[in-house]
Design a protein around this ligand. Structure first.
Ligand SMILES: O=C(CO)COP(=O)(O)O
Length: 255
């Protein structure tokens, strides 16, 4: 079965009720009946989830951008996987490079992996992000870093968990920089990641798991990226806050 194209919009820590209402009005104005060939998931900040849910175009799904590492309780400021599930939100983004690398957050491979396993065990679907820093790429460590991050996650999952996971390859040097990976650079990593999954999880999971590219995806560069065989969609930051997001979704027609 072909892998269904997947486009995620990560709104990060952006938006007001006013700006979100205006964006969703634009989306609703342009979108007709759901296109069954593409899966679309947007991730607003927690505080805007309910508001966004009410106005989401038909067929679009909702995600959050993070969750607590385990069961809820006395963890001030945190939101647990159970609460997200209870709120009717199916997806969570975990392991985003901003959470891995911002000095205020510094989530380790192990933390990310525990979160992924816990979220899956509690009925959420996960966009699991991996990606190398510029200095790691320049030191020739790209594949090793992505393997290391993936291995930590895979070590905590059972084979059947993977049906609820999409992998997002987001090279850190391409995020929010306007410096997109070339289609060849993206394909090289995606192919390597898929081969790693085939050897270390199973060939059938490797054939089915969607591997998204993220990092400065725009309407201009998305078609060429989508043309690569192992690019199964995108995780979009900045451009997901603009009507341009619709052009990026439409890139699936070039698959
Ligand atoms: O981090 C990203 C999506 O999770 C990508 O962000 P940009 O598209 O703004 O580079």
């Amino acid at each position: 079965m072909p892998r269904k194209f997947f486009v995620g919009g990560n709104w990060k820590c952006n938006g007001t009720r006013e700006s979100i209402a205006s964006l969703l009005k634009d989306f609703n104005g342009a979108v007709g009946e759901p296109d069954l060939d593409v899966q679309i998931v947007v991730a607003p900040p927690f505080v805007h989830c309910d508001f966004t849910k009410e106005k989401l175009p038909k067929g679009w799904e909702l995600s959050v951008q993070n969750c607590w590492i385990g069961k809820g309780g006395a963890f001030t400021g945190e939101v647990s996987a159970e609460m997200i599930k209870d709120a009717g939100i199916p997806w969570v983004i975990l392991g985003h490079s901003e959470r891995r690398h911002l000095p205020q957050l510094k989530e380790s491979d192990e933390t990310v992996a525990v979160k992924v396993a816990y979220a899956l065990a509690n009925g959420l679907k996960v966009m699991a992000c991996i990606g190398e820093l510029l200095e790691e790429r320049e030191a020739g460590q790209t594949q090793a870093v992505n393997e290391r991050q993936l291995k930590a996650i895979a070590a905590k999952l059972k084979e059947e968990d993977w049906k609820n996971v999409v992998i997002a390859y987001e090279p850190v040097w391409a995020i929010g920089t306007g410096k997109v990976a070339t289609p060849e650079q993206a394909q090289e990593v995606h192919e390597h990641v898929r081969a790693w999954v085939a050897s270390n999880v199973s060939p059938s999971v490797a054939a089915e798991v969607r591997i998204l590219y993220g990092g400065s995806v725009t309407a201009k560069n998305c078609v060429e990226l989508a043309g690569k065989p192992d690019v199964d969609g995108f995780l979009v930051g900045g451009a997901s806050l603009k009507p341009e997001f619709l052009d990026i979704i439409a890139a699936h027609k070039h698959k």
